[in-house]
Design a protein around this ligand. Structure first.
Ligand SMILES: Cc1cc2nc3c(=O)[nH]c(=O)nc-3n(C[C@H](O)[C@H](O)[C@H](O)COP(=O)(O)OP(=O)(O)OC[C@H]3O[C@@H](n4cnc5c(N)ncnc54)[C@H](O)[C@@H]3O)c2cc1C
Length: 418
């Protein structure tokens, strides 16, 4: 995270009023609830710091949003300095090392490619010098593209956009491979992963600490033998299900809602970089933003819909149509392309301004939370893991905006700047 003198002061603070918080000595076990990218990254960071870690996953690792993501690691414009944007920037900047470490630890190719992006603009760029100059001032190459330059970057381009910006920064990963690599990495570090537990909920011991309640009502299933349930620390990283699994706990609790995103994969000549553009939805609604993400020379992913339909992770004909129609505005030749994959996932949206819930659970000495990363959980996961684990082990304070009961201040600059 970019830091100022004030940030340094804040980061050095210890959690005032949390003096009875569980001290995480190496003999402690930490149970992470949820095996998505956030839970697995935290498990890895804890295990690297010498803790014993167990991940309990209702289904299988990656079954939530994480394996369904489109895998764009968006750069943050230098001008965007809200707490959330600085946090996302620190996640983005952590990715090259995170990707290299995962490859070294697992030999799995997670598809990390610093391919940059082309952003298509509906009109000429207002404040051209200012916007391009700020990217360049931050050491990132950025160029204005006219129609013929766009066509050089995007083979088969046939869209209405006559201006665009090429930004050198920006990367992609292949999310299912990231999850496969994290699973292998944490197992090598000795983390126990227990999948298929069904929904685990949390409750309080009579004396106040949090405990896990498994579906069949037992405190711990047999597979958790050897772990002292009275001394375990717990991290809630259950994505869109984090509100439900903490419903028995006192307020403040995380308020997280599912927001469905659908993605399709098409066989069609692919651009060499991410293409970002906005166009009106199926019914002429306000412009929505879409991504084209190259996977091979002749396949790309189109994403994604943004739908508030509760815990319904099905793909739909309407969703597929929306994505195809959007992509056809820049690739008319898609009419002839075959759709070779379709899937949907539930993004965990924190129902307040300001970003994810990240930090200690006030008043519950052995409980922490890491959820609500909405559209940014892939890019943010390495930063979330570092911040949370530094809080757990060293009591380093996390921005109050990410705390339970924090946030809700509109930050003003959370939209793309172009
Ligand atoms: C279509 C789509 C595109 C996206 N594209 C991007 C992108 O390009 N870049 C980006 O940064 N982000 C993107 N995202 C967002 C990103 O995927 C999420 O923010 C991120 O995956 C959230 O990770 P998580 O670990 O918090 O949640 P999840 O991945 O949902 O993991 C939560 C896990 O907890 C488990 N669980 C739930 N309840 C319980 C329980 N009671 N007990 C035990 N286990 C439980 C679930 O089974 C699940 O495996 C996208 C999301 C979607 C859907």
């Amino acid at each position: 995270m970019a830091s100022s003198a004030n940030d340094e002061d804040r980061v050095d603070e210890r959690d005032a009023g949390e003096s009875d918080r569980l001290a995480l000595t190496p003999d402690r076990t930490v149970v992470v609830v949820g095996g998505g990218i956030v839970g697995l990254s935290i498990a890895r960071e804890l295990a690297r710091r010498g803790l014993r870690v167990v991940v309990v996953e209702a289904d299988r690792c990656g079954a939530g949003a994480s394996s369904r993501a489109i895998g764009v690691l968006s750069p943050i414009h230098p001008k965007q300095q809200s707490t959330l944007k600085r946090f996302l920037r620190s996640g983005y900047e952590a990715w090259p090392d995170f990707a290299r470490e995962l490859r070294d630890e697992t030999a799995i190719d997670i598809g990390y490619r610093a391919c940059g992006s082309v952003v298509l603009l509906p009109g000429a760029l207002a404040r051209e010098d200012e916007v391009l100059g700020e990217w360049r001032g931050a050491g990132i190459s950025a160029d204005l593209l006219d129609r013929s330059a766009i066509a050089r970057w995007i083979p088969s381009y046939g869209g209405p956009f006559s201006h665009g910006v090429r930004i050198e920064a920006g990367a992609i990963v292949h999310p299912p491979s990231v999850i496969a690599a994290l699973v292998r990495a944490v197992r090598k570090l000795g983390v126990r992963i227990i999948e298929g537990t069904g929904p685990v909920t949390l409750a309080l011991w009579p004396w106040g600490g949090a405990r896990l309640v498994f579906a069949e009502g037992s405190i711990f299933p047999e597979s958790l033998d050897g772990i002292d349930p009275y001394s375990a620390a717990i991290v809630v990283a259950a994505g869109a299900w984090s509100t439900d699994c903490t419903r028995e706990l006192p307020e403040p609790r995380p308020k997280v809602s599912p927001v469905r995103g659908q993605v399709i994969e098409v066989r069609h000549r692919a651009p060499p970089c991410v293409v970002r553009f906005a166009c009106s939805g199926l019914h002429g609604a306000t412009a929505k933003e879409y991504y084209i993400v190259p996977r091979t020379a002749d396949r790309f992913w189109i994403g994604s819909t943004v739908e508030e339909v509760g815990f319904d992770a099905r793909t739909t004909a309407v969703g597929e149509r929306e994505l195809l129609d959007a992509a056809r505005t820049i690739f008319p030749s898609l009419t002839e392309a075959s759709i070779v994959g379709r899937w949907a996932g539930l993004r965990p949206r924190a129902d307040r301004h300001g970003g994810p819930y990240l930090g200690p659970w006030p008043g519950v000495h052995n409980l922490w939370v890491a959820c609500g990363h909405y559209r940014n959980g892939i890019v943010a996961a390495p930063a979330s893991a570092k911040l949370l684990v530094a809080n757990m082990l060293e009591r380093r304070a996390i921005e109050p905006a990410f705390g339970l009961g924090g946030g809700n201040e509109p930050t003003g600059d959370d939209r793309p700047i172009l």
